[in-house]
Design a protein around this ligand. Sequence first.
Ligand code: GAL
Length: 611
Amino acid sequence: MELGVCYYPEQWPQALWEKDALEMKNLGLSIVRIGEFAWSKLEPKEGVYQFEWLDRSIKILGDAGLKIILGTPSATPPSWVLHKFPDMLGYDMGGRPRKFGSRRHYCFSHQGYKELAAKMAEKLSKRYGSNPTIMAWQVDNEYGCHDTTRSYSPIAEKAFQKWLLQKYQSIEILNERWGNTFWSMEYSNFDEIALPMLTVTEANPIHRLDFHRFSSDQVVQWNKAQVTAIRHGSNLPIMHNYMGRITDFDHFQLGEDLDFATWDSYPLGFLEDRSDRSKAFKAQHQFCGDPDFQAFHHDLYRSVGRGRWAVMEQQPGPVNWAPYNPAPDPGVVKMWALEAKAHGAEFLAFFRWRQAPFAQEQMHTALKRADNEPAKAYDEIKELVKALDQIQKLHENENDVALVFDYESHWAWEVQPQGQDFNYFKLVFAYYCALRKLGVSLDIISADSTNIKKYKLVCLPGLFNISEALSRKIKSHQGQILFGPRSHTKTEDFKLNIDSVSKIFDKEIKLTQVQTFRKGTKKTFKDFGTFEIWTEELTLDGIPSEPILSLGNKSYLTGWPDEETLIKILSTTLSRAGISHKRLADNIRREGPWEFNYLEGKVSYENKNTK
Ligand code: GAL
């Protein structure tokens, strides 16, 4: 695993550039990512290009022996672009345009801006595509971040109508498949269909799900335009830096157009900003992060990148954007990096080289302070470089367990949670955490994954609809399969999938009722355990089923288990699948031959002790 850093030469006097480059190299870094927000310096006015400063910066970094990932700057369209396209802004759900003055202020459906961004990507690619210092491209920056996937703009509305026309071909078919006789919602023309916003009470769930599908497709198409443009000048690998817990576009689908997946890992920021953990858990882990959150995304993006992935941004100290911004304990930054290696990362880059003394992120730490002295993490990076040198060979482990993560299911249950605590990410993540507590390393796979055969256990909690193709694979699967709750309970058109569970098992099974609970309410079954949030009642041949219905190699869990119950169930299922496992202490996680001690920030390795 190589190490790198994110760098913004345009933010610093040129007199510093050479010293910076040499110091990066001396520290043991080999990769630098630059350029992803530099549009106003590259093209200050339309058609007036200024590439000389970038030429110089690339030369200096290259001369120091560093390789560059060059970003396309489309996440930050400068002010003149907005004057050119006043209708390019993304709109929020209340129908208000978002304003200039930060970043990601564009709507994915704006054709003119999409072409302009692609033109800039092509310019960069033609100018630098054969420069030996450039190793790869990063397209845009963190799609979906700051809630920007779904735009409720007039332009998005037109594009949505077009998308619906293509999908349904006729308005009669749309009315029928959407069930629009309900509440007299029938349309006579595609032009009449508005975006699902500002309705008096909830909009039709399929209207919303289709809007979520459309919004995801717009991101995929947007990305494709730049990939095509880059390919006019370069054959180098193309990547994107995904984020943590961004679920509103289908990363698997977008990833098919890229060579590599990368993501931005901010363990302490994420714990404060986007975690469902209890207050006590957060307090206990505030200086080391959630032991499973980073790992979950490493495994998810390994799959999105079809095996090739990296960390593009790694938090090295306190960030500026979470409600609270603690500092990692000594040893923790090194531990995060080694954990990424254990999951198979090809490189890890820190965000960022030097703390900016101005603008939005002036309180965000870096490897160097704003006064150019080494920041707290600096010495730990030196230790990390040594530790990485000592590790000669990584055992390649084939995982026996797969956990399905499906973006569309996330959208479906977001549209119809039925109880306010039902969240698909949270459900899948609970399975992930429980399996890791049992010492199991696993793969996260998409619902379209071509190969489930090799797994001894496949878990697919909450998968809203099981496709024909997956259903065939499930039927012939030899290993254990664990479903539920809510598996296959809807059709693709968001109708109730009557006899869903029967179809899974080929038996007369009826789903007779579901109910959801307020926080703190639980349903306990003797000799089994406890459900919270969600329960279902099933009957098999007319007889009420056990909380877990097991027939042959397939089991269906009829509720959302609490942590201890889930660990118990998974332990039994692992044993049934013939997978050896062992419950670990709460602060310990294993990944292959590695052991991570979260609360102490320590790592050990089976052959070499890297402490
Ligand atoms: C990331 C983003 C960076 C920077 C960083 C601060 O989400 O890609 O540009 O803003 O957060 O932590």
